[in-house]
Design a protein around this ligand. Structure first.
Ligand code: PHE
Length: 457
């Protein structure tokens, strides 16, 4: 299928709302609810939040505008879009790295999706109190059978949606589920911040304390920004290619960043104050990493009157947010396989699903049967997360800057954006993309590689 046919068969987004929902559906996911709080807890609380917000409104903004414009002007997914502007090795790499990142993320993303399924299942069963006990999560991820089972359930659900191609249905359900998720997060956050001792957590999360700052705060915040906004991985290039010319790119960008950040902050408010309430801000608890949400949230729910119901509702919504994001990852991977290798969609889906089983199982078993495997000192899942977010995405971002500044030219990007808006922040955009972002991201990339090689930064 060539890209025009694909575009016709998948259709364009219905308009402003359709695009925002799809982009926000991709953006809001486990990154906001599971990943953001544990990074904020680990890398300095308020200072992490501050760095994150600054990065999102400058770099994040510039990246989303760039990717969406590239997609819309070329009507192609990343590999095709890059090659439209030349055949150099640098451009080829740019297209491919953007296309490969989602393929590497979706397997371990599905593992975490599986953890969410397990928690939903346990709340339905009524294990509210048992789940709040120390060690519940540890014994779950240490059980290879159970983690694999739930991982496979999540991955199959995701593949089924992609195969059935029920994109429209997802758009409709998103309209209800996304706001509902935000409201429920607000309710849980209110409950969480009013626990005894939680106030210290609110302060830790909101008040920047410069003594908590380290270079890793910036590295982690940048990786999180890419991840959470679904940028530097070709998704928004692909989505931009389905966007109508009349849709205001600038406005949609601001809305997506706003909604995504709001959900992240609410998730932080649900989880970080609860860590303080239950552990008194013990550094070990703050450093828990990927397990943080799965350990603290059940403790909060166990204290609520309707804990079981809230638990069910919460994990249904998280599961939905995770599915919409996972679908966007898989959709990109599948569309690249169809475009480049000329595979049929069904076949590409099956191959991708098998690939997810294989790679995801490594991440999943990395906490049980394969726990002796450490890559650069990290668990397998952590390693894939670090590799994609801290190394490949900055690299992809640099190549996008190169494409925009050297090959396409800022004037053409401006023309694309101005086709539907007045491009109020053009000066900021040009400044960030030409001078600040490339240097900054190159430094971050170098420091990520240094930390991977064991240099202390
Ligand atoms: N942005 C999604 C989240 O926050 C994750 C994701 C990453 C989705 C990359 C698509 C692409 O969970």
């Amino acid at each position: 299928m060539n890209s025009t046919e694909k575009k016709l068969s998948r259709g364009t987004f219905s308009g402003h709302l359709g695009y925002v929902l799809a982009a926000a559906g991709s953006a809001v996911g486990l990154g906001n609810i599971w990943r953001f709080p544990y990074l904020a807890a680990r890398y300095g609380g308020g200072i992490f939040l501050l760095v994150y917000v600054l990065l999102a409104v400058t770099f994040g903004y510039a990246m989303i505008i760039s990717e969406t414009s590239i997609g819309r002007m070329t009507s192609k997914s990343p590999v095709g879009a890059f090659s439209q502007f030349g055949k150099s090795g640098l451009l080829k790499t740019g297209g491919w790295i953007n296309a490969i990142i989602p393929m590497l993320i979706v397997p371990y993303y599905s593992v975490i999706g599986g953890w969410v399924c397990k928690y939903l299942f346990e709340y339905i069963k009524g294990s509210t109190q048992a789940m709040a006990q120390d060690g519940f999560f540890g014994s779950f991820i240490g059980n290879p059978f159970s983690t694999e089972l739930f991982f496979v359930i999540f991955a199959l659900a995701m593949s089924a949606v992609i195969l059935a191609g029920v994109n429209n249905g997802i758009e409709k359900v998103s309209k209800v589920m996304m706001p509902l998720l935000a409201v429920l997060a607000l309710v849980v956050a209110c409950f969480s911040v009013t626990r005894n001792g939680a106030l210290a957590g609110v302060k830790y999360f909101f008040i920047p304390n410069f003594s908590n700052f380290s270079w890793m705060t910036v590295v982690a915040a940048l990786g999180q920004m890419f991840y959470s906004l679904s940028i530097a991985m070709g998704i928004l290039i692909t989505y931009g290619s389905y966007m109508k010319k009349s849709v205001d790119i600038e406005k949609t960008t601001v809305q997506v960043i706003g909604f995504d950040s709001l959900v992240a902050v609410l998730a932080g408010l649900m989880i970080i104050p609860a860590v303080f309430a239950f552990s008194g801000g013990d550094p070990k608890a703050l450093n828990a990493g990927p397990s943080l949400m799965f350990v603290t949230i059940p403790k909060v729910f166990a204290q609520m009157h309707a804990g079981r119901i809230v638990g069910i509702l919460f994990f249904v919504l998280v599961l939905f947010a995770a599915l919409t994001s996972a679908i966007s990852l898989m959709e990109c991977a599948v569309s690249t396989l169809c475009d480049v290798l000329k595979w049929k969609r069904g076949f590409a889906c099956i191959v991708m699903t098998l690939f997810i089983f294989a790679l995801g199982s490594l991440s999943s078993l990395g906490f049980s049967s394969l726990s002796f495997v450490k890559i650069f000192g990290m668990d397998i899942l952590d390693f894939f997360d670090f590799l994609t977010n801290s190394i490949m995405m900055p690299l992809a971002a640099l190549l996008i800057f190169y494409l925009v500044v050297r090959r396409i030219g800022l004037a053409k990007i401006a023309e694309e954006v101005e086709g539907s808006s007045s491009f109020k922040m053009k000066k900021l955009y040009n400044f960030v993309i030409k001078f600040v972002a490339p240097v900054f991201i190159a430094v971050i990339l170098a420091s990520s590689i240094a930390s991977l090689l064991g240099f202390k930064i």
